[in-house]
Design a protein around this ligand. Structure first.
Ligand code: PMP
Length: 286
């Protein structure tokens, strides 16, 4: 099926969508993105994603391409036109193109941002991986220092996934100064003696929208949450481990660098949080 995508104000068939070769997203990775999950034809945590987009843009001195209510309308129109009931909507905003290549930012009054959205149909609530858990390897975190901005510079995370694949694993956790920062495209957690431990917010990690929701639900369910750095060693000796992201929700991790975490099966905390997250998200989807 040919998707209908959104590009700079128009809904067009995917093979007719065009962006300039001078677009700064293409030449400089000068752009930001969001991925919003869709369940039952509705958007999960749209407000969270819209707010983070606003922040990413403002951190990079990029103008907001449209007001949030308009952005919501575009998301909904795209869902309707593609008859999407489950999967994701990918949104990318770049600094646009002034028709040449120059390191200096173009004048935002004359160069408008490029805005692209497309749907990805995929079963995400029912997941075989969530039943068995995933295996991760550790790799050095050599990304830039502003990982809190959700930029499209995803080469290293992409290389990390390839290293994991070559090692027969599913994903990679990144390590800086001995401490786990996050997964290639997700936030990382361990559970020890009933406590949920995940790295504190800062410039070193992306402030996951799923992370915020999961920690809120965990606290509401009287679980103890510690937002602090944890080492690779601590992770290997944890009772449980898991990751969160918009497309995987809560996903148990059962092996790190070939060492079994806990008893090697998804743990009760991760399972419970996945259930709560899915239920609450379906209820509050818009
Ligand atoms: N960290 C990184 C590096 C990511 O790329 C992502 C997902 N894009 C996340 C964390 C999770 O963020 P979210 O829960 O908002 O999907």
């Amino acid at each position: 099926m040919t998707r209908t995508v959104y590009v700079n104000g128009a809904f067009v068939p995917e093979n007719e969508a065009k962006v300039s070769i001078f677009d700064r997203g293409f030449l400089f990775a000068d752009g930001v993105y969001e991925v919003t999950s869709v369940l039952d034809g509705k958007l999960i945590d749209f407000d969270g994603h819209a707010k983070r987009l606003e922040r990413s843009l403002s951190e990079l001195d990029m103008p907001q391409p449209m007001p949030t209510d308009e952005l919501l309308s575009v998301h909904r129109e795209l869902l309707a036109r593609n008859d999407l009931s489950e999967g994701m909507i990918y949104l990318q905003v770049t600094r646009g193109s002034d028709g040449d290549r120059d390191f200096v930012f173009p004048d935002p009054d004359t160069t408008k941002p490029s805005v692209v959205l497309f749907t990805q149909a995929k079963p995400i609530a029912q997941s075989a991986a969530a039943e068995t858990g995933i295996r991760v390897i550790s790799i050095e975190d050599i990304r830039w220092g502003r990982r809190d901005i959700k930029t499209v510079q995803l080469l290293y995370p992409s290389m990390g996934k390839m290293l994991a694949k070559k090692a027969g694993a599913d994903d990679a956790w990144m390590i800086e100064d001995g401490f786990v920062t996050e997964g290639t495209s997700n936030n990382a957690y361990i559970v020890k003696d009933g406590k949920i431990i995940t790295r504190h917010l800062g410039n070193e990690i992306l402030h996951g929208i799923t992370r915020a929701a999961v920690l809120r639900f965990a606290r509401e369910a009287q679980m103890t949450v510690e937002e602090r750095s944890f080492s690779l060693d601590e992770a290997m000796n944890a009772d449980e481990a898991f990751i969160t992201s918009a497309s995987t929700f809560v996903m148990p991790v059962v092996e790190i660098d070939g060492r079994t975490v806990g008893n090697g099966a998804p743990g009760p905390v991760a399972k419970r949080l996945r259930e709560i997250y899915l239920e609450e998200s379906r209820n509050s989807a818009i």
